[in-house]
Write a protein of this length. Structure first.
Length: 544
């Protein structure tokens, strides 16, 4: 057992000894402690754990408190006690008690060993009335706290959430493709569903209560306001929301790689006057169930019509059963009309494109070659996709750009870029916004200081941008052999090749993605260095 060092011991001896009795205890908390008490305001109480508390029984005030992990040793009790002596909560003043009482024999013996020669009596008592009263008050607050979801609707909410997750609407719908959900006979009117997740970052659905809230938030985000203003804009939204997270609470995991059993739905509400809360009350929960049920039915019925970026004018009507358990009077079913909103989608998309164009106009016009497309540590290779597999890939890839390829030889020569799913989605989105890929080439490059020469892989997009996708040593025998095969295959296809963007960088398919991992196929022209007219590019040293 560690003892106090001599300097700490002398410092504690210099404190005035107060003629009072302190109660101390350490108790496990099955629930997070309620926030709101002044005694708790300095602590992170989002999780439970063990609560350590030291109370001055004579003055009836908490001198110090801490929340620690259950596996923390008894030293934590001493640390909290020393703070109670030297740095107590206001309005208490520093000092040493004459007596300490505890109801745990282990704590009593531990404190006797550590605090010996400080003139503090340490006694065991069966009850700690003041601490008992404080903890009863904490528990009363916990008991009065409403549940996150109404108990009668929990099962229905989770069932509808998993139906949406398994449907995967973010594979087809971008966040500007809004779907209206009109509940007849309800004073809530129409909800407007915005699907998040096409880029693989955050998965969920926002159910806006008004188009004004939706469009105003978009405008403020596009305006690129300050972080404080964006937070204000976020809290000013008027919507219900459902998001999906990993049950393991690991932010690095791509949710698309997890089985449904490891996906956790969360629900909440945003309103300008309420801010954000993770609690749904009865009417909100019921509305969310009906909206998710109607949305899932609609998406299943029209999914094939929403592929490859298409968003036609579609509408369906459903009779959705109202789940049991609520006390809302009325019929057992509600009529719901679900419709796409292609005109609004076009308007929102134009807003984002205009903002992107404005940003591009502000960029340096002399920038000829961009190197921000391919994420760091991506896997790159030159290869070939056999014709029979290519035919299947054209139908299975989430994005496919076709070209009049001449099918000759053993297959289509391709550049494979493999990264994580979110980053692959972001690459695809960037290329789509640029109008697609028009060609690829290998351009010479050199390092004038080191003397090395490179083969630089470059993509050209419809808007005229050039993107560096890879740097290959010109004398690398592996690359030399791959380039020789690449050039020969391009001749057989009469100058056509392909770009394949795949996920699965950290999985078993790293370097050898399966068809299910290939998210995009761009069939394009193979260009020569003369076509892009850059000449030999030189590696320039960065200034200090």
């Amino acid at each position: 057992m560690a003892g106090l060092n001599r300097s700490t011991f002398r410092r504690l001896q210099q404190l005035q000894q107060i003629p009072s009795v302190w109660e101390g205890d350490r108790r496990p908390m099955s629930e997070p402690l309620p926030i709101g008490s002044s005694a708790l305001s300095d602590y992170d109480l989002e999780n439970g754990g063990d609560c350590i508390m030291w109370v001055d029984g004579s003055q009836g005030m908490v001198r110090s408190m801490d929340v620690v992990s259950p596996d923390t040793g008894p030293e934590a009790v001493v640390r909290t006690l020393l703070r109670a002596m030297e740095h107590p909560h206001s309005p208490a003043l520093p000092g040493r008690p004459q007596k300490i009482v505890v109801k745990d024999r282990e704590i009593q013996f531990f404190l006797r060993g550590v605090l010996q020669d400080l003139g503090i009596s340490i006694e065991y008592v069966p009850d700690l009335p003041l601490i008992d009263e404080l903890f009863r008050g904490f528990q009363d607050v916990v008991d009065r706290k409403p549940p996150l979801l109404p108990p009668q609707y929990v099962e229905s909410l989770e069932e509808k959430a998993y139906q949406v997750w398994q449907a995967g609407p973010w594979e087809c719908l971008a966040d500007h493709q809004i779907i209206s959900i009109e509940l007849e006979g309800w004073d809530m009117g129409t909800l407007y569903a915005c699907v998040m997740g096409m880029l693989g970052l955050d998965y969920g659905i926002l159910l806006y209560r008004s188009l004004e809230s939706l469009t105003q938030f978009r405008k403020r985000v596009i305006a690129n306001e300050s972080a404080e203003r964006l937070e204000e804009a976020f809290l000013s939204q008027d919507c219900l929301f459902i998001t999906f997270e990993s049950a393991q609470e690991d932010d690095e995991i791509d949710l698309s790689d997890l089985p449904p059993s490891e996906i956790k739905p969360t629900f909440g509400n945003l309103h300008p006057l309420e801010g954000m809360r993770s609690i749904l009350y009865d009417e909100e929960a019921l509305l969310t169930i009906l909206a998710l049920d109607a949305f899932a039915r609609f998406f299943h019925s029209v999914r094939r019509k929403l592929t490859k970026g298409k968003f036609p004018n579609l509408s369906q009507c459903y009779q959705i059963p109202i789940p049991e358990g609520g006390d809302r009077p009325g019929p057992e079913e509600v009529a719901v009309t679900v419709s796409t909103m292609p005109e609004l989608a076009a308007k929102l998309f134009e807003m984002s494109v205009s903002a992107t164009d404005d940003e591009d106009d502000e960029e340096d016009d002399e920038t000829l070659l961009r190197d921000d497309l391919v994420p760091p540590n991506s896997f790159l290779s030159l290869g070939v996709v056999p014709w029979e597999i290519l035919k299947e890939l054209e139908g299975s890839a989430s994005h496919y750009q076709s070209a009049p390829v001449h099918a000759s030889g053993d297959g289509l020569p391709i550049i494979l870029i493999q990264t994580s799913r979110p980053k692959a989605k972001a690459m695809i989105d960037t290329l789509k916004k640029a109008g697609g890929v028009t060609g690829m080439c290998f351009n010479p490059g050199e390092d004038p200081i080191g003397g090395n020469r490179f083969d630089l892989g470059i993509l050209k997009t419809e808007n005229g941008d050039l993107h560096l996708f890879g740097e290959f040593m010109e004398d690398d025998p592996v690359h030399v052999a791959a380039r020789k095969k690449w050039d020969g295959r391009c001749k057989k296809t009469k100058g056509y090749c392909g770009l394949v963007i795949a996920m699965g960088l950290t999985g078993a398919s790293r370097g050898n993605p399966q068809q299910k991992d290939m998210l995009a196929l761009f069939e394009v022209r193979s260009l020569s260095p003369k076509d892009i007219n850059l000449g030999t590019l030189q590696l320039m040293p960065m200034p200090f």
